[in-house]
Design a protein. Structure first.
Length: 216
């Protein structure tokens, strides 16, 4: 089984598109019928995120940590308990490509770090956009780490100790531990994810704050 984990804190606006994209990826014929399980980790939600997940028949778990590292770890634990051999992580404000899971599996690595593209730059000026694209490597061999586009085998995840209970950069911390424990990582541009460039970042120090800092 392949397990997909989506942390969410008040994401009713973006979650429908996220779950529609996940549904397409889970039904891709290239998976040859392998089961795909999805869980949305509702972390301190006070909006209708739970209702959205129900409308899309997506299982949820609820925590009150307001901590993305703990949310990802909680979702991973559920998937591992249910027998997932592979864990795929994205974000509630992101849309995975239809072949997202297929592309991760085709790389035959113990972990996969993919790339992202921004869907709408309207909250940022042209200089911020240009600065981002000058520094961003959208090609194989990149060294970007995105929680919105990350996959890891169950064995490598356990060996690395899983996600740390930190409020940001939990994805980078996990990848650092994967490297330290000898995990084979594919730094690939094949698995694609489109993500939000909103300035009101849900995780302080996350991608939204990174973009905002480029414009300062």
């Amino acid at each position: 089984m392949l397990g997909i984990v989506i942390p969410a804190h008040n994401e009713e606006k973006f979650l429908p598109a996220c779950l529609r994209a996940i549904g397409c990826a889970a039904r891709h014929p290239g998976l040859n019928g392998e089961q795909v399980a999805v869980v949305v980790v509702l972390d301190s939600c006070t909006d209708r995120s739970a209702l959205v997940a129900t409308q899309y028949s997506t299982p949820t778990i609820t925590i009150g940590a307001r901590n993305v590292g703990m949310a990802r770890a909680a979702g991973a634990s559920v998937m591992l308990e249910n027998g997932a051999r592979w864990l795929a992580f994205t974000d509630a404000d992101s849309r995975v490509a239809p072949d997202w899971l297929v592309a991760q599996q085709a790389l035959r690595a113990e972990a996969v770090c993919g790339v992202i593209a921004v869907d709408d730059w309207c909250e940022h000026d042209a200089a911020t956009r240009e600065t981002f694209y000058r520094s961003y490597i959208d090609a194989d061999g990149h060294r970007h780490v995105h929680g919105a586009n990350l996959g890891v085998s169950a064995r490598a995840y356990r060996r690395a100790g899983g996600f740390q209970p930190i409020a940001c950069s939990e994805d980078v911390a996990l990848v650092d531990m994967l490297i330290a424990t000898g995990t084979t990582i594919a730094w690939s541009a094949a698995p694609r994810v489109i993500t939000s460039a909103r300035r009101a970042s849900k995780a302080r120090g996350g991608f939204g704050d990174t973009l905002a800092a480029l414009g300062d």
